[in-house]
Write a protein that binds this ligand. Structure first.
Ligand code: GRF
Length: 217
């Protein structure tokens, strides 16, 4: 695939932006089917904004607080920024606002999200603490299409990690995050190269084996 055929995408963030950085890093490969035209944050103080700028990706801030609770107006402004950047695909990466039908419907089938659990287990917040409390032996992350029902859209790819004896929430989150940074670029590549709507290919499942010498609960 040539550079000229790459599909333009944006990333929506609210904070750290490590998944955004992983996506942008993947797109440095000229054969990657996506280029990143914009990073949008709903928070001016999101550390991911400076990170995006350091990676050479244009940024926009659409502060939700300035819209004083008018979610439709906030999303209309985000949508305008996405259209102005002429993007075709939107990647949510730690974007911490619930979406209304306005944005979900306008980007239906073209908006992806990464969630830190093996969906449909543990939708919503605090996924790592809930996985520990539930005593699951496998945890992980999921890239899925965004639909109005939170964390319920069609699954594009998943990565599994073991839950180890003595794990803390932080240790488990860090283990999952390593996989997130591999999975999101992989899922976007599969999606953007036209395999959406088909059964997920075998490579859409990543598995993080037990590290050597790990204590198995
Ligand atoms: C990630 O764990 C992602 O799965 C979740 O929010 C976190 C964002 O981290 N949706 P970052 O901003 O990408 O570093």
């Amino acid at each position: 695939m040539t550079v000229g055929m790459r599909r333009r995408a944006a990333v929506l963030i609210s904070g750290r932006g490590s998944n955004m950085a992983a996506l942008v890093a993947a797109a440095r490969d000229p054969d990657y089917p996506v280029e990143f035209a914009l990073v949008v944050s709903n928070r001016a103080r999101a550390p991911g904004l400076a990170l995006a700028e350091s990676l050479g990706v244009p940024t926009a801030v659409v502060e939700h607080r300035l819209f004083k609770g008018d979610r439709a107006a906030h999303e209309t402004a985000i949508d305008a920024a996405l259209r102005a950047a002429d993007v075709e695909i939107v990647c949510l990466a730690g974007y911490l606002r619930l979406l209304t039908p306005l944005l979900v419907e306008r980007w239906a089938g073209r908006m992806l999200n990464i969630h830190p659990s093996l969906l449909p287990a543990f939708p919503g917040l605090d996924t790592h603490a809930r996985a520990l409390a539930a005593g699951v032996r496998l945890h992980g992350c999921t890239v899925h299409l965004v639909t109005q029902a939170m964390d319920e859209g069609p699954i594009l790819a998943q990565a599994a990690v073991p839950v180890l004896a003595g794990d803390t929430e932080g240790a488990l989150a860090a283990r999952v995050l390593v996989q997130e940074h591999q999975l999101y670029p992989l899922a976007l590549r599969l999606f953007a190269s036209g395999q959406a709507g088909e059964a997920p290919p075998a490579e859409a499942a990543l598995c993080n084996p037990l590290p050597p010498g790990a204590a198995v609960p």
